[in-house]
Design a protein around this ligand. Structure first.
Ligand SMILES: [Zn+2]
Length: 368
């Protein structure tokens, strides 16, 4: 028996069971996500997938599952073509289920799990911020996504995989002077950094120019705040190293940076941004960091975790070493396709998305 998605990255994980058990993210079965609730159009939300078997012609697979309906409940298998089934969650809470199977009337154990996921709405405030220079010149954003473009793309990625619907609020702000940090923002002498230098200067502690933006524009009720700025070429991470008395830049500049703790995303819409699709792609990926945490599956290494133990680090919740990673939503920018096709979320990421929703319901930012 084999299972596949009907459309790639729409709620079937047939990848996580293909790695060795000691690989982070491994699952001992296939997983199907059964969405509860209605879709955006108000219809019962369903997830389609395909069964195939090489065993026998004219076989029947009967399926039962608590807290979910499957259609048809009796799948006809002809030994060659794939048979489609759709799943819908009927529970009011998210949970992992063990469906029961009968092959030609006999109970069989199949390594298939079903995760019923409750419908969740994620509120995102998106601030479009032109740069105001000291001489009064204004640098506009090169690409400005609309609310519909943001909602549609975020929904196309997250809705079929983790049953999250996005509600973006796009706010165009007046030109704002944010390219202003000097060395003192990093604990260095003022003259070590030219304030108006054409980059968004930041560090991993969320200081300097990111803080300037967040202090000015922030929606406390949103689950995520996204700041898209015009005028600067990229984001530079600066660190003052006292022992050598130097303010150093770590790595090359990037187009996106996420402050996970503050649920804030910073993006640059400039000549370095490929196009509008590239910007939307950066938004869905960075939102992924807020929901799923740091790390990229293609950057996993064996190293010390925060407790000093040796384990897989830098790979996020499911590096799944050895599998195709450039189709994953959380693949690093160096390898990920920017055309909107890198979108796959796997079971360990579905679980993490659920945990994040639970933490968001503790504030008043998400409906419990
Ligand atoms: Zn990333």
């Amino acid at each position: 028996m084999d299972i596949d998605d009907d459309i790639p990255a729409t709620g079937v994980d047939e990848v996580s069971n293909t790695v060795l058990p000691d690989i982070k993210g491994y699952q001992n079965k296939f997983w199907i996500m059964a969405p509860a609730g209605n879709d955006i159009g108000g219809s019962i939300y369903k997830n389609a997938m395909k069964f195939t078997t090489l065993l026998g012609e004219n076989s029947t697979l009967d399926i039962t599952c608590s807290d979910a309906t499957v259609t048809p409940a009796s799948v006809k298998l002809d030994g060659t073509a794939a048979a489609e089934a759709t799943w819908h969650g009927t529970a009011s809470e998210t949970g992992d289920k063990e469906p029961g199977f009968k092959f030609n009337g006999n109970a069989v154990d199949l390594p298939i799990g079903v995760k019923v996921m409750k419908r969740r709405t994620v509120k995102v405030a998106v601030w479009l911020i032109p740069r105001l220079r000291a001489n009064g010149t204004v640098d506009q954003l090169l690409y400005k996504p609309t609310q519909k473009e943001l909602d549609d793309f975020l929904n196309s990625v997250y809705q079929p995989q983790v049953n999250m619907a996005f509600d973006c609020d796009v706010i165009e702000t007046p030109p704002f002077k944010f390219d202003i940090a000097d060395g003192t923002d990093f604990g260095a002498p003022a003259e070590t950094l030219v304030p108006e230098n054409g980059y968004l200067d930041t560090n991993n502690k969320g200081v300097a120019e990111e803080t300037t933006l967040r202090d000015q524009w922030n929606d406390d009720k949103a689950n995520v705040n996204v700041y898209i700025v015009g005028g600067v070429l990229g984001i530079r991470n600066r660190v003052w190293i006292e022992s050598i008395h130097q303010l150093v830049s770590t790595g090359n500049f990037s187009l996106g940076h996420t402050d996970i703790t503050r649920r804030s995303i910073f993006l640059v819409s400039s000549i370095a941004t490929s196009d509008l699709q590239g910007l939307l792609d950066a938004v869905v990926h960075e939102v992924g960091h807020v929901i799923l945490g740091p790390g990229h599956p293609d950057e996993v290494v064996k190293g010390k975790n925060s407790k000093g133990e040796i384990e897989w680090v830098n790979g996020g919740v499911a590096p799944l070493n050895g599998t195709q990673q450039d189709i994953r939503l959380m693949c690093s920018g160096r390898k990920r396709k920017k055309d909107g096709t890198a979108r796959l979320l796997v079971k360990a990421e579905w679980d993490e998305a659920h945990s994040w929703c639970l933490s968001e319901t503790k504030g008043d930012r998400m409906t419990p």
